[in-house]
Write a protein that binds this ligand. Sequence first.
Ligand SMILES: Cc1cc2nc3c(=O)[nH]c(=O)nc-3n(C[C@H](O)[C@H](O)[C@H](O)COP(=O)(O)OP(=O)(O)OC[C@H]3O[C@@H](n4cnc5c(N)ncnc54)[C@H](O)[C@@H]3O)c2cc1C
Ligand code: SF4
Length: 511
Amino acid sequence: MNSPVRHLVLVLGDQLNPDASALVDFDPQQDAIWMAEVAEESTHVTSSKQRTTVFLSAMRHFAAALKSKKWPVHYSLLDAPDNTGTLAGELKQAIEATRPQKLIMTAPGDWRVLQSLRSVASQQGLVLEIRDDLHFFSTVREFAQHAEGRKQLRLEFFYRELRLKTGILMDGKTPVGGKWNFDSENRGSFGKAGPSNLPPPTRFAPDDITQDVLRLVQQKFEKHPGSLDTFGWPVTREQALLALGEFISNRLPHFGTYQDALWEGEVWLYHSHLACALNLKLLNPREVITAAVQAFERGHAPIEAVEGFVRQILGWREYVRGIYWTNMPGYLALNTADAHADLPDFYWTGDTDMACLRDAIAQTLKHGYAHHIQRLMVTGLYALLLGVDPKQVHAWYLGVYVDAVEWVELPNTLGMSQFADGGLMASKPYVASGKYIDRMSNHCKGCRFNPAESVGDNACPFTTLYWDYLNRHADQLAKNPRMLMQLKNLNRLSSEAKLQIAEEAALLRSK
Ligand SMILES: Cc1cc2nc3c(=O)[nH]c(=O)nc-3n(C[C@H](O)[C@H](O)[C@H](O)COP(=O)(O)OP(=O)(O)OC[C@H]3O[C@@H](n4cnc5c(N)ncnc54)[C@H](O)[C@@H]3O)c2cc1C
Ligand code: SF4
């Protein structure tokens, strides 16, 4: 690329949609695209091998598709000898090579990246035009308007606004099925017999491009967590569409009922496994929701399942994005419970006697995946009850999951799971004893601990730490009407019992 280009369009690893706002007026005769693989994105938090592979492989496939259309792409390979290792360094080099009049990009999903690219543009005296991300149903401005003047933000209100705005699952102004929310029907467990006839997951054998990336990641990030033996994530739009089709046909009808259920050794259950393809923008949430709603309309899936699924994407996904962008950069530093314990080492190995944690962490390291309740009520809950520094918890979640991008990971971790924003995102801390895990899974049957015991050799650490958490935070929690029942149960414990629990909890924390 010797002659100056008109626009250099920046495309990040999670912006792999050819219809992105940054590309609507792209002219291959005058413009060029910039994409860069850099080590910093795998090391600013320690990224698992599966996560790094997903990003790099999907980027390479996307760049190949652009090049096949003869679109000029200025692409930095991770192992190129002159790779500077940072997005800022690679962008500077690309600007020197292409001498653009202007930089254009779709709004990124990470505050840190936005700051870094902005500062390169200003150092180079270039305008960086940032366009709305049309992938989402709402804009950050709409969320900010919704939030203005509200003392508390709640998913339910924002979700209903979006249902009305989009007409999704609406009959005029009335929600289809007569209710906005089918959550109470969506809390089933598998019962003693466990799940049967689970559909196999949709996995894709690595092609040549992915094989190259697998070798590169194994060599360059050898010490990073996780393994690559089972890599099978969709890395192209075609694969993502196949995964969507198979989810709608085989899993969606049971998605609602078993949304919260867990079962030892069963990784995939009835979840969609689409978060990664959605967050890389290989799939558009509109086509995902349309496919689910059509399945309801043709009688293939019940309203409970379809509303439950729509709520995750039209509701939670949009809501957490609004929380992130209206509260950054301060949000990252929040730690309202003043929690400072270190994340236990076993989060990086799965080496623990606690069967539920062992299972969730092992599959996380193997596949870069765990479903929502494993993240919220197993790994997240334990860190919350133990009092781990939320920044360390955040670094773990951002590093280990294939679908992790900061705009969606941070509010889920810091707000929903660790309650470290003091209730901005969630109306109460998601705290429970081991009995909750026992009710929703079969983990406790094969565990050396007993979920019903809070003290003694067999005490379940979740149960000990649960009572201790309520006791330590009782004054603060008493202000929250949604916590009154749990506090009432705490007050049934004698002072001696509370003291013994506090001693055993301190022991757990010191390990
Ligand atoms: C501590 C913690 C960290 C999380 N980190 C991430 C993350 O980095 N990236 C991510 O996409 N999700 C994250 N989530 C949300 C959720 O757990 C995942 O989206 C989900 O488990 C992905 O699996 P799936 O695609 O099979 O989802 P399904 O259960 O099939 O749900 C369907 C889709 O709904 C969306 N969704 C569901 N729940 C949420 C939610 N709470 N917030 C936003 N979108 C949601 C996802 O796009 C998902 O693909 C996190 C949740 C917790 C509690
Ligand atoms: S007994 Fe406690 S630690 Fe063991 S599986 Fe059940 S909840 Fe997890």
